[in-house]
Design a protein around this ligand. Sequence first.
Ligand code: ADP
Ligand code: MG
Length: 739
Amino acid sequence: MNARYQAVQSISDNTPIRGGIVDYQSEKFSELYASYVFHEEIQRERLPSKVFKSLQNTIKTGDGLDPEVAETVAMAMRDWALEHGATHYSHWFQPLTGSTAEKHDCFLTPHDGLHALARFSGNELIRGESDASSFPSGGLRATFEARGYTAWDPSSPAFILKNPNGATLVIPTMFVSWTGESLDQKTPMLRSLGVLNHHAMRVLRLLGNTTAQRVECTLGVEQEYFLVDRRLAMLRPDLMIAGRTLFGARPPKGQELDDNYFGAIPERVLAFMTEVEHELILLGVPIKTRHNEVAPGQYELAPTFETTNLALDHQMLVMQLLQQVAQRHGFLCILHEKPFAGVNGSGKHNNWSIGTDDGENLLEPGETPESNAVFLIFCAAVCRAVHKYSALLRFSVASPGNDFRLGASEAPPAIMSIHLGNVLTDIFNLLLEESDAGSNQRAASKKSKKSEKSAQTLAPAPAPLHIGLPMLLRLPRHSGDRNRTSPFAFTGNKFEFRAVGSSQNSAGAVTVLNTIVAESLDFIATRLEEARKSEGDFNAAVRHLLVEMIEEFKPILFDGDNYSMAWLEESHRRGLPNLRNTVDCLPVLTSSDSVELFQKYRVYTEGELHGRQEILAEIYCTTILIEANAMLRIARTMILPAVLRHKSRVQGALTTETQKDFLVQYDEKIDLLLRAIDELNVRLSKIKSDWALLKKAEFFRDSIQSAMFALRVVADKLESMTDDAVWPLPTYSEMLFLR
Ligand code: ADP
Ligand code: MG
């Protein structure tokens, strides 16, 4: 029996796989929450009150921390960690590889030759030195200056990660170069939160809010993933190396019947999910929802939203734990955006909103959205930002894996647009209509009363309660009109950015979103400050500004089917960019608009932007190179031998002309396979190391990817013509349905 059949046999025998056992009858579910986190309450308990207050102040305001305070915090953290069985501490950061990185240091320090002491100083807590040369920097860090630093981020609490033989105290950090440039995802994201807070507060004060002290972004990230039995996955070098299948004929049944979504979760999968959630609960990740997704073998996990920095760190933990726990349960957890051709890909919906520190969600429409100036202004700010910087937003989700979703008329498309839903659409339309009517009236009165022209500068606006419209709308809230095809949708009291890829660190997208919204709020605040000074009717000025913005961003609004050809044409007419793949996106980051934006708000320096562009191009080329090499290896060492074995077996058995015809066709396919292998090989050999990165990336996209595609087509055809018993690669049906 071949290895593939043995794997299938072992799955059907139900060979038990020992995942961890979770027993909520003996463990109190509610008492577990965050018990591995050095959170505010633990801090209060274990720190002298002066130190606690000083630390909380740093967390809330971002002000620097007194070294003495750090010393005391470090000691308390160490004691707490030792009680939890920790032997090591680790500065945990998010380099530009997309995943997390950690370096562990033992608490023990030799003391006098006979003894060792558990030490952890304030300095060790605050700063770590890390060899930056092992991480991508995009030329920011010259090779002669390889030092990089990790710097404690006190706003995300330290936590304990257990392993079967111990535990580590994990300290969330930023990662910066010797010269202070960011080498990670967290640092610019924190900067973007700062500017957003600043300009949002300006707007809030202008609109009469006197109570809020800070504005915070909130984020809830839904994570989609696939599970494949490891016994099958291990027989797929493509899954192991590239995280996606590079070959595989379409299965007779895929997701056509839509019988999977919200169906009963298979028991084995549920056991896995329960253990993932158990670990996440201990780490204080507020896990909320779990369900099957659209494709067979695809699932989703979603937390309750949190403040952004915390939500992003927790999101990284979610990805890490999904993969770790899957292994214990005999699964491979696949986070790739498109592991199976012809089957739905995986995304990461980023639910994003802005709220005040006293608990008000600024995107909450309330009972009378039409007169809720704060709500309308903040919504308009987001729409204006997405319209003005749609290419940049598209860039923020570009990756070789995500290209297969966004560029391939799958949810969601590469063209950025906003779905507003009924409530906002109606209000925006009314505002426009009313302003049209107003301006027509004014125009008419100008014509008839030419002589009075000078007396009539400001048309008297109706005196509204807030900026109430003449007609009071009574619309059902949360009207449920979800548009699943939209990349950016208003969903009741938040925006949902759906274009982020399942394997990406959301921080990149969030940084861009925060910055472009901050730019809009800056624009709005500046205009409203002028209006305040000019002693005109302030409410009318707010309304006028809204109308002006709606006119401007109208082209980005689209409620129809985002996958349709009609939208492709329509969006083109509206002048919206359609950046279909990563290579198309590359120039966006260093365009003069982007450089100006990020420099103005000090989120990225120009050097950081160039660095990040270079890293993305590098990742793009390397990813495709690895995939191409894996394809060649699999085609030559697995597919070709199987095909030849099949040919030699059937050759002698074919007697009639029809049967011999089959062999002729089969032979033709083998020739095509050999030629396709050859072609891919030849094209790879054309790549020159001295090519500019952009040229290289274009070549990978245009020449290498098409040769890979051609090779796959013929190999998949052969799969469907070859004796199943000699085919070495687990099939799509097996991977998607057996568990
Ligand atoms: P829906 O049913 O529209 O998907 P849910 O309430 O289930 O809405 O929320 C989906 C995700 O959005 C969850 O992760 C949730 O925590 C998050 N979310 C809800 N409100 C907010 C908010 N104000 N800011 C950020 N995320 C939010
Ligand atoms: Mg969603």
